[in-house]
Design a binder for this molecule. Structure first.
Ligand code: 16G
Ligand code: ZN
Length: 550
């Protein structure tokens, strides 16, 4: 194989979309983090080139389509990133994260040897189905990085499919569709129509309660990202009498003062949403539309207050599990012997009230795993119906083959089971998907005839909580265990956290290093807003003191 790397995609000749050369020093190291490689966009051409090469090798190994997504999600527009997607639409296998890291970190001189070493470790049989499927978000560095990916896949002559500007979940969906033709057509249209048709059919067989307070209208904050054009495309297939969507934040600065991450962390209304206007039901996507956060203006005596009341990933998860359980009752009553296993997966960021509600009211013991979709997805896949959501709005439901056979493929007269089958097709089970999740939430709210007030009052109320980012020089000194809820290093800090937490009622807190930024995150919750802020501040101080003393 000819391993001639086009000079613009070598470390030394790394060329940005503006045409500048941004050489990368040999000793600069990169690692495949929670969300792939994510840096300032000028670092990325050689990384994307090498990742696409790794993707093409994996595609040959598995004789399948492998995905490459070019996005930095909710990060600022000057950043970009790349992550690889496995054939079933899941996150990349962990061993291959290591391979990708090794290949990216080789110097230009070491690259041929690194590539040959990797090729030796895998066996390649038939390759006629191998292809690299690449999508990008709306960042202006995207097209140049798409070219880098095309060049990387070309090293092996692996077929390259540029599917253009898509949300991250659309790319995951397309990869699965390329590999499993029965799943869906691997095109934008295939994705839109599969989801929209299921939504419309579900709508038809759902009778809205007589005293319904449901409103078929949502105002969507698109984070000035890919959600704006692509969700508009999807909605062309859904009559506005079923669901009316008003779009905001479509074409200004990406993720600037808006988007799901901004709303979640600041608990404020995003740009262009007003506390005084009658905007009863609002939702935010993040830049690549794999997170969804519902919100509305928080009732306040101060008409200038920009505070938002959040209906976050936990609220969405509890709403969805309530609905699924209700639909399942028919099945459980008719076949008490063969139960479908239903599970809920959360992270340490889940609001304590949601975890208590799931445990005490729904009688399900939630599984808590470390942050990052791959951990949640993996744990949820152990169930026949696995619901996973991060509080930040990333989540979905995964369904087992048993579910597929019993619920989707067995003809039935039972309305609840038909609803459940359709609901499972509104959901994008490859990964959290803001569009699919929004349609799923609307379907459930309409089913119950619920307004936002109902959603807020009929399930559980959040305990006050706060998240604080503390910049640090070296986050690697922080090591956690117990799904990131306990700090084992630096030694002694966990004791300080425990002492602080014990001062408040209904309180919980943890400190963990971010997997995506050079910061440490403090999370705290307690019985009142004041106590929560105090607890958060005092833990922030613990980190600051530690950093100052080092
Ligand atoms: C990434 C993860 C998200 C996680 C976040 C945590 C994926 C697709 N995305 O956005 O799941 O919540 O990182 O960031 O895995 P942190 O480690 O900086 O808190
Ligand atoms: Zn995202």
């Amino acid at each position: 194989m000819d391993l001639t790397v086009p000079v613009e995609y070598s470390r030394a000749g790394n060329t940005t979309h503006s045409g500048n050369v941004h050489a990368i020093q040999d000793d600069e190291k990169f690692s495949y983090g929670t969300a792939g490689f994510r840096f300032k966009s000028e670092k990325l051409p050689f990384i994307v080139f090498r990742c696409a090469y790794v993707a093409s090798l994996r595609a040959r190994q598995l004789n399948s389509a492998i995905g490459v997504m070019i996005t930095a999600s909710h990060n600022p527009s000057c950043d970009n990133g790349v992550k690889l997607v496995d054939p079933s639409g899941d996150m990349l296998n962990e061993q291959w994260e290591i391979y990708a890291t090794e290949v990216v970190n080789a110097t230009d001189a070491e690259l041929p040897a690194a590539v040959r070493a990797l090729e030796k470790q895998i066996s390649v049989g038939k390759t006629q189905l191998s292809r690299v499927v690449c999508g990008m978000d709306t960042r202006c560095s995207g097209p140049c990085l798409m070219n880098a990916a095309r060049a990387g896949a070309a090293l092996f002559n692996v077929q390259f499919d540029d599917i253009g500007v898509v949300s991250t979940p659309m790319l995951h969906y397309a990869v699965k569709a390329f590999n499993e033709p029965k799943f869906a057509e691997p095109t934008h249209d295939g994705y839109y129509s599969a989801i929209a048709d299921s939504f419309k059919k579900l709508y038809e067989i759902t009778e809205e309660p007589k005293d319904s307070r449901y409103q078929p209208k949502v105002i969507v904050d698109c984070a000035n990202g890919v959600g704006a054009p692509r969700f508009r495309n999807l909605l062309e297939r859904i009559p506005s009498s079923l669901l009316e969507v008003e779009f905001r934040n479509e074409s200004e600065e990406l993720n600037q003062g808006c988007g799901a991450d901004f709303v979640k962390i600041s608990q404020k209304l995003p740009a262009n949403f007003s506390p005084t206007a009658a905007e009863p039901k609002c939702a935010s996507f993040d830049g690549d539309a794999d997170r969804l956060m519902y919100f509305r203006a928080k009732a306040s005596e101060n008409s200038e207050s920009n505070d938002a009341e959040l209906f976050d990933g936990d609220k969405i998860a509890v709403l969805i599990v309530t609905y699924i359980r209700e639909q399942l009752k028919d099945y459980e009553n008719s076949t008490p012997m063969e139960r479908l296993r239903l599970g809920i997966v959360q992270t340490a960021y889940a609001n304590g009230s949601s975890t208590r509600y799931i445990r005490e009211k729904l009688g399900i013991e939630p599984i808590i795993v470390p942050t990052g979709v791959k951990h949640l997805h993996e744990a949820a896949s152990e169930f026949d119906i696995g619901i996973y959501f991060e509080a930040n709005g990333h989540g979905t439901v995964v369904f087992s083959e048993i579910f597929d056979r019993i619920i989707r493929r067995t003809p039935t007269e039972s309305l609840p089971l038909r609803r459940l089958a359709l609901f499972s097709r509104v959901i994008n089970e490859t990964v959290g998907d803001a569009f699919a999740d929004l349609l799923a939430v609307e379907a459930v709210l309409r089913h119950y005839g619920w307004s936002m007030d109902d959603w807020a009052e009929k399930l559980y109320r959040d305990v006050p909580n706060v998240q604080i980012k503390v910049p640090v020089i070296d986050r690697s000194i922080f090591k956690t265990t117990n799904a990131e809820q306990t700090l084992v290093k630096p030694v002694g800090i966990q004791k300080m956290i425990d002492t602080d937490v014990a001062k408040y009622n209904n309180s919980r807190a943890f400190i963990r290093p971010s997997g995506t930024e050079n910061i440490v995150r403090v999370y705290a919750e307690a019985d009142t807003v004041e106590n929560t802020l105090q607890l958060g501040k005092s833990l922030e101080q613990v980190v600051l003191n530690l950093c100052n003393s080092n």
